[in-house]
Every structure is written in structure tokens, then in C-alpha cells.
Design a protein around this ligand. Structure first.
Ligand code: 13P
Length: 341
């Protein structure tokens, strides 16, 4: 298998660096813009991504950016296509290629991620547009009897088909099985379900001949449900997550890049930091955050041109905090830095 895939995968988890997920679909970015009272027009979406991608110095902490289909075709204000702009800073452009989680037939309350039809041709086009890695997200709901084996295996099969097609196209697949943390479940139940999901995923990846050295895993952390009566603390989350990953993720996988999944930005940083403090681990433990990297920037910007620099400062700060969490040296006191600027 091509070593270019291995090199790209390793570069995405280079020391002190992680990934910015800026691949919100048109529906999701509208929700984010609604929260700050900004209309979701194509130009506003372009302007917001421009703010993120032109942030001076972000490349010290950011190895790659996941784009959405619309975004990979858009350009910065000076006309430079976004993928070219990112590559010129040493940031690897990536692309979300799934077409979303849709109701799974005959399985009330469960989803399967679609987007395999025509994927080979789309990957070829995205590679031509500059993408060197991709993302596919599957979601699993925890309930008394959920997720079902059916849902776990249907999604694992699709994730592996996607990953094989990516590798054939010279694109590193990020496989993202997200066990959703909505609900009242305990951290133990989250660990049990996450174990099941990962065991199925690595079985399918192996059966479908995927070279795991040329992949990255983007999992949820093992957390108590967001509505649980008592929530596990940072140390417990770090222990449970690392314990679960060690059981199921081959040491040949170069890196694990967590999603933030609705955690507060500072919680997402503290959890990553605590896990790295438990190291060394067989793989790099890094981030591929969407909300946890962007939330303060979105708020500081508020859709106003005069706030672009404030938005960039907020994004730079979160990227820097998460970079510190890559080596376990983050401390909440470091959050003061931004206020002092
Ligand atoms: P969050 O970090 O906001 O969960 O987004 C990451 C992502 O890419 C989800 O697919």
C-alpha cells in the first residue's frame, strides 16, 4: 500500500497538532449561524470560513482542515481557492464525503450513514480539488436496547467500504463512529457500547482489506450521558476512554482524533489533556474538533466584519489550548491568556 497514505496520516497527527472540522453541512451551519443571529447565505458561509482559514499562525497547531462540498469549491477574498490557501500554509485539506445519517430501515430510532453510491467518482474529483483526506461519520444512539447489532454492523460495513474506496483514490480515510452522548446512561454503558462499535469497525476494516496504517480513527470519548444524574469527572473520562481504545484500536493506527460532540470547549480540552497525561500510548491522541474549536470564534465574530480579528484571536487561542493538551501540559489557568491580549 502506498506510503503516501501513511505519510499523510502521520502528518495529520504531527506533534502538537490536530484537525479543525469545518465541514458543517448547509443545514448544520445554518443552526450555528441561527445561534448568533446571522443569515446563512453562501457569502456569509464563505466569509466565516475565510476568517478561520486566514487566521495568522493557526498552522502552528492545525495540521488539517475538513471542508464541506460547498467550501472546497470556494475561495478566499483575494480569489485563492480555499484548498490552495490551506496547502500554502502547510495545512492539509480534507473533505467530508458522507451524505448524512438516514433512518435505518426496520430499525426504529436508528440511523445508517449514506453516500456510497457514486463515491469513487466523487473521491477522484475531490482529490483533483486538493483533498488528501476524508471523513465519514456514523452515529449510534444509546437507549435501553440500542444500538442494535444490526445498526452497529450496517454502519461498520459502510465505514469500511468508504475507507477502501478512499485508499484506492490515494485519500486517507478518517473513520468516525460516533456513539452519541445524549441520554441518561452511565459512563460504563458508554464504554460498553463504544467497545462493541469499535470491535465491529475493525473487523470490517480488516475484512475489506483496508490498510489501517493509512487511516485515522475519530471516535467519541467515553462519557456519562449529558442528562445523567451524576456525571463522571475528567480523570474518570480519561481512564475509561483510554481503556476502551486500548482494547480495540490496533497499535498500527497512527492516530486517534477525537470529536467534541457537544462537550464545552474547555471540557474537550481538559479531557484530551488528561488522556495524554496517561501516556505514552501506542497511537497519537489528538483532536478533530468542530464546535469545541469554533464556538468562541463564532460568537466573537457575530457576522460583523469589524469582529474578524476578535474571531481569529478566539480560534487561535482554542487551537493553542488543544495543542497544549496534546502533550498533557494544558492547565485551566492558561485560559486567562486570551483575556490578557
Ligand atoms: P464536533 O467536534 O462539533 O462534534 O464536530 C466534529 C465533527 O466533525 C463531527 O462529525
Amino acid at each position: 500500500m502506498s506510503t503516501e497514505l501513511h505519510e499523510t496520516a502521520r502528518a495529520l497527527v504531527a506533534e502538537g497538532k490536530g484537525i479543525l472540522a469545518a465541514d458543517e453541512s448547509t443545514g448544520t451551519i445554518k443552526k450555528r449561524f441561527d445561534s448568533i443571529g446571522v443569515e446563512s447565505t453562501e457569502e456569509n458561509r464563505r466569509a466565516y470560513r475565510d476568517l478561520l482559514f486566514t487566521t495568522p499562525g493557526a498552522e502552528e497547531f492545525i495540521s488539517g482542515v475538513i471542508l464541506y462540498d460547498e467550501t472546497i469549491r470556494q475561495s478566499a477574498i483575494d480569489g485563492t481557492p480555499f484548498p490552495e490557501l490551506l496547502a500554502s500554509k502547510g495545512i492539509i485539506p480534507g473533505i467530508k464525503v458522507d451524505e448524512g445519517a438516514k433512518p435505518l430501515a426496520l430499525a426504529e430510532g436508528e440511523t445508517v450513514t449514506e453516500g456510497l453510491d457514486g463515491l469513487r467518482a466523487r473521491l477522484e474529483e475531490y482529490r483533483g480539488l486538493g483533498a488528501r483526506f476524508a471523513k465519514w461519520r456514523a452515529t449510534y444512539t444509546i437507549g435501553d436496547t440500542l444500538p442494535s447489532e444490526y445498526c452497529i454492523w450496517a454502519n461498520a460495513h459502510a465505514l469500511a467500504r468508504y475507507a477502501a474506496l478512499c485508499q484506492e483514490a490515494g485519500i486517507v480515510p478518517i473513520v468516525e463512529p460516533e456513539v452519541l452522548q445524549d441520554g441518561t446512561h452511565t459512563i460504563e454503558r458508554s464504554g460498553f457500547v463504544t467497545s462493541h462499535v469499535l470491535a465491529a469497525l475493525y473487523t470490517e476494516l480488516f475484512d475489506q482489506r483496508v490498510d489501517v496504517e493509512g487511516t485515522l480513527l475519530k471516535p467519541n470519548m467515553v462519557l456519562s450521558g449529558y442528562e445523567a444524574s451524576s456525571r463522571a469527572g475528567v480523570e474518570d473520562v480519561a481512564q475509561a476512554t483510554v481503556h476502551t481504545l486500548r482494547k480495540h484500536v490496533p497499535a498500527a493506527v497512527p492516530g486517534i482524533v477525537f470529536l467534541s460532540g457537544g462537550q464545552s470547549d474547555e471540557d474537550a480540552t481538559a479531557h484530551l489533556n488528561a488522556m495524554n497525561a496517561l501516556g505514552p500510548h501506542p497511537w497519537q491522541l489528538s483532536f478533530s474538533y468542530g464546535r469545541a474549536l469554533q464556538a468562541p470564534a463564532l460568537k466573537a465574530w457575530g457576522g460583523k466584519e469589524e469582529n474578524i480579528e476578535a474571531g481569529q484571536r478566539a480560534y487561535y487561542h482554542r487551537a493553542k489550548m488543544n495543542s497544549a493538551a496534546r502533550t498533557g501540559v494544558y492547565a485551566p489557568a492558561m485560559e486567562e491568556e486570551l483575556a490578557a491580549v
